[in-house]
Design a protein around this ligand. Structure first.
Ligand code: ADP
Ligand code: MG
Length: 393
């Protein structure tokens, strides 16, 4: 399906409704982490330089369909202005009279930032009347918020179809290109490394990756349930007892297809995340112990598997990496991807944070900040926000 790129839109002298992901953490009324604003800034700057009236919009936090001063986008405007290098006028309204007037007064090259979309109940409800009001503000539509594309909300789905001219912004286009390459056309061998806390919540993605990849490496808390499914002992580790059957099905499916599954053979255990840690063979975990990271032999095995790959996708840390005593596995996986010449993609909140903390983000082919949207995309789901951008949709 063809997506139009932002560069192909005629924006000069026209009003562009630009959906961004400015969902940043706020601390004491100030922006706590600028990463998302910094990523969005080049898109805003490009449109302004091309003479558009830029009407930027985003959600922030979990506003419940009505104004919540603690979740106002107002503190984001000065940060966006600094990072874009142009003034940004904050509009304390989403799509009412105040917004309409602000847009009418704006000149080409000017940037407006609307108030938090979720201050309107119509946003999450994808309400047609709200979509109409939002769409009436602009002539063309650009969506650069991949991380919200799995939600069928007004600003991501409903409003897009009201514009004859609509396009994917550069961040969105990059995410789709990288994740499509992994999902639809991976160079082989394709190695998927999946970890994190739990299987639930990632089950569809895990099942899809087990089908797509040549080798699936299972680490982190989710591997515990697989170890249990294979008859292992996991002490007091985090497990999902109700998913042991599902884990067995995934293993059987992989075996039937000839997909290699790599499970930990040694682990780092402790009786608590602040208790002294030791390395143990899988099978030698004590009844009071918890598996909190993968062990050195497993780390080496994974590095070897990754070294032979042409495509690697990684989601989910290998251990409780927030604690230095249990971070070695996660850091080893990050280093293995960094050292690889393969097409390497990492996705997911904590795994991306781990790669960034290790200073290795620039060495990977793509770092997906799409979170849940990236996992749903890999699972094969058509994301409502992407579908709505497609020509003729
Ligand atoms: P991501 O955000 O990358 O998709 P998840 O949200 O699924 O990853 O999981 C991240 C969390 O998993 C981390 O906070 C980490 O502490 C936890 N975790 C990893 N391994 C274990 C384990 N063996 N036991 C308990 N928690 C774990
Ligand atoms: Mg997470």
């Amino acid at each position: 399906m063809a997506l139009r790129s932002m560069g192909a839109l005629n924006v000069e002298g026209r009003r562009v409704l630009l959906r961004l992901d400015l969902n940043v953490p706020l601390k004491d009324g100030k922006v706590g982490d600028e990463t998302r604003i910094r990523e969005a800034a080049p898109t805003v700057r490009a449109l302004a330089q091309r003479g558009a009236v830029v009407i930027a919009c985003s959600h922030l936090g979990r506003a419940k369909g009505k104004p919540d001063p603690a979740l106002s986008l107002a503190p984001v405007a000065p940060v966006l202005a600094r990072l874009v290098g142009r003034p940004v006028r904050f509009v304390p309204d989403v799509a009412g009279e105040v917004a309409k007037q602000a847009v009418a007064a704006a000149k080409p090259g000017e940037v407006l930032l609307l108030e938090n979309l979720r201050f309107e109940a119509g946003e999450e409800a994808n309400d047609p009347a709200f979509c109409d009001r939002l769409a009436a503000l602009a002539d063309v539509y650009v969506n650069d918020a991949f991380g919200s594309a799995h939600r069928a909300h007004a600003s991501t789905a409903g409003v897009a179809r009201l514009f004859q001219e609509r396009a994917a912004g550069p961040l969105m286009a990059r995410e789709i290109a990288a994740l499509s390459r992994v999902r639809d056309d991976p160079e082989r061998p394709f190695v998927a490394v999946v970890g994190g806390a739990k299987i639930s919540g990632k089950l569809e993605t895990l099942t899809a990756l087990a089908r797509l990849a040549d080798t699936v490496v299972l680490v982190g808390g989710m591997a515990n349930t697989f170890l249990l499914a294979e008859g292992g002992v996991v002490g007091r580790s985090l497990v999902e007892a109700d998913l042991v059957g599902t884990a067995r099905e995934i293993l059987a499916g992989a075996a039937a297809r000839g997909t290699e599954v790599v499970l930990p053979t040694d682990v780092v255990v402790a009786t608590g995340t602040d208790a002294p840690a030791r390395t143990a063979a899988v099978g030698a975990v004590g009844p009071q112990e918890m598996i909190l990271d993968i062990g050195p032999a497993t780390r080496e095995r994974i590095a070897n598997v990754v070294a032979t790959a042409e495509t690697v996708f990684w989601n989910g840390p290998a251990g409780v990496f927030e604690k230095p005593a249990f971070a070695a596995g996660t850091l080893a996986i990050a280093a293995a991807l960094a050292a690889s010449a393969a097409f390497t993609v990492v996705g997911g909140g904590e795994s991306v944070a781990a790669v960034q903390q290790a200073g290795l983000a620039a060495t990977l082919s793509h770092v997906s900040t799409g979170g849940g949207a990236a996992l749903e995309f890999l699972a094969g789901d058509t994301l409502p926000g992407v579908a709505a951008l497609e020509e003729g949709a």
